[in-house]
Design a binder for this molecule. Structure first.
Ligand code: SF4
Length: 359
């Protein structure tokens, strides 16, 4: 594979607005109890991508527990016609989940139980966490819209061994309630308070809780957003709005872009089909099927190898329709800054991308 110098961004599109001290603590808690392996895992996250190393197994496997969702947010691709046409709406079967874990336990350090839908709607959500942790997966994480977080459910998640939970919180008060209909901001804050109390009661640091909001919703009240959420979470972060709805036409690219994901993670849909990456939300490019193939076979198989080869060529991502629509190769600009308590941070927005929700 060619070793041309490319720009391979790591963790693009997701930015902390937190203090260095809290960021360090978040990292520490994530790695507590498996410090050395954790350090190696994080180092390889960058190394494999930058050096284009195809490891024996991916570092992270995304296992989508549900494609269904109970909300209808205006900026989400699950509300598009294309998604409705192409993506089966359902929840992952537990036997399929077990098959995946049985193969990757001891070989893959981390799994993420979320992708396109609301994972906690899978009736086996807790059972899946428990099964994965018992099997020895070091880090089990998930993302939720927060709607299902009752005290009992949060306690079960924690006792099952969930390591990291990201909660989508798009702004405060009316900003939040405009996007996350019919959820109420005050209720979500209460839930996070309860989660913090539960962790204190059990004297544990995990799951670490990250609050994450889309920038246009956070922007009107940045300080208040941070000061409301920081005391009840471990990290507060935001992401500029991406073109989820495929509305943009004149896209400006980073011409020397190469994709990191193809060396980091494997993404399995609710139906067992493997996607090209976490941004193939309509399942346009199928890399294999875990119902009939092993993870190892798919990770080293022809479709993914071809994707890697395309990306290894300078500008090769443009040969793939999927990648031309993705936010990762898009050029960003540092035209906007914001601050909390005088701590300044840059909003790395995509060139030409409106920051208006639903557009
Ligand atoms: S769509 Fe292409 S560029 Fe974007 S994450 Fe997937 S493989 Fe990478």
């Amino acid at each position: 594979m060619s070793k041309v110098e490319q720009n391979i961004p790591i963790n693009k599109g997701n930015y902390s607005m937190d203090t260095p001290e809290r960021e360090a603590l978040f990292e520490k808690y994530r790695g507590q109890g498996w410090e050395e392996e954790y350090k190696e895992y994080r180092a390889n996250w960058t190394k494999y991508a930058k050096e284009k190393i195809v490891s024996d197994y991916p570092l992270l496997v995304d296992i989508e527990l549900a494609t269904i969702c109970n909300l209808h947010c205006p900026m989400c691709y699950t509300i598009t016609e294309e998604f409705a046409c192409h993506v089966h709406r359902g929840v992952m079967d537990f036997e399929l989940f077990k098959k995946i874990i049985d193969e990757i336990a001891g070989k893959v350090p981390a799994i993420r139980l979320s992708l396109r839908g609301e994972p906690t709607l899978n009736p086996n959500f807790i059972k899946c966490i428990h099964y994965a942790k018992q099997a020895g997966i070091k880090e089990v994480s998930s993302l939720t819209n927060g709607s299902t977080l009752t005290p009992e459910f949060m306690e079960k998640m924690m006792l099952a061994g969930l390591d990291w939970l990201t909660v989508s919180i798009d702004g405060i008060n009316e900003e939040y309630e405009k996007v996350r209909v019919p959820l109420k901001f005050a209720d979500t804050v209460e839930k996070l308070k309860t989660f913090k109390e539960l962790k204190e009661k059990y004297e544990v640091h995990r799951p670490v809780i990250k609050a994450q909001g889309i920038w246009p919703s956070v922007k009107p009240h940045v300080e208040e957003y941070y000061h409301t959420l920081a005391p009840i979470t471990d990290l507060v972060a935001f992401n500029p709005l991406i073109d989820y709805l495929d509305n943009d036409t004149d896209i400006v690219y980073d011409e020397d872009f190469g994709c990191p994901q193809l060396y980091q993670r494997l993404v399995i849909g609710e139906d067992g089909k493997v996607m090209a990456c976490s941004n193939d939300e309509n399942g346009r490019m199928c890399m294999g099927d875990v119902k009939t193939q092993s993870i190892h076979e798919i990770w080293h198989g022809e479709p993914l190898t071809k994707m890697r080869e395309a990306h290894a060529k300078m500008g090769g991502f443009k040969d793939l329709e999927l990648c031309k629509l993705c936010y990762l190769p898009r050029k960003t600009e540092d035209s906007e800054t914001s601050s909390v308590d005088g701590r300044e941070f840059i909003i790395r927005n995509y060139v030409g991308r409106t920051q208006e929700i639903g557009k």
